[in-house]
Design a binder for this molecule. Structure first.
Ligand code: FES
Length: 99
């Protein structure tokens, strides 16, 4: 969706401390899978919530207008990595909702 943006950010998996490259024009899920991280996913279109996690640090934006998140979940930093793109270095919590 943002293929014109060639910047590559750093994605950190909070649970393991693993860091990996996260190109701005690629979803966080794609970056996770490309690095061999076994992150759960199903629909890959922002509907099923299987991939849900949360942004601990940094910023990510959803590439679709209505990702399957409640407003209060969004306010707590919840993110659907299958349709979310990094806007800077991101530390990703999950998988799952923030405890
Ligand atoms: S895989 Fe279904 S919402 Fe991300």
């Amino acid at each position: 969706m943002f293929e014109h943006d060639t910047k590559t950010w750093r994605l950190t998996v909070a649970a393991t401390g693993q860091t990996l490259p996260a190109p701005a024009g690629q979803t966080l899920l794609r970056s996770l899978l490309d690095a061999g991280v076994a992150w759960p996913a199903s629909c890959r279109n922002g509907t099923c919530r299987t991939c849900i996690g949360w942004v601990e640090e940094g910023r990510a934006r959803h590439g679709i207008e209505w990702p399957g998140l409640l407003p209060e979940e969004k306010a707590q930093g919840a993110v659907l990595p299958c349709v979310a793109y990094p806007e800077n270095d991101v530390c990703l919590g999950g998988p799952g909702l923030k405890p």
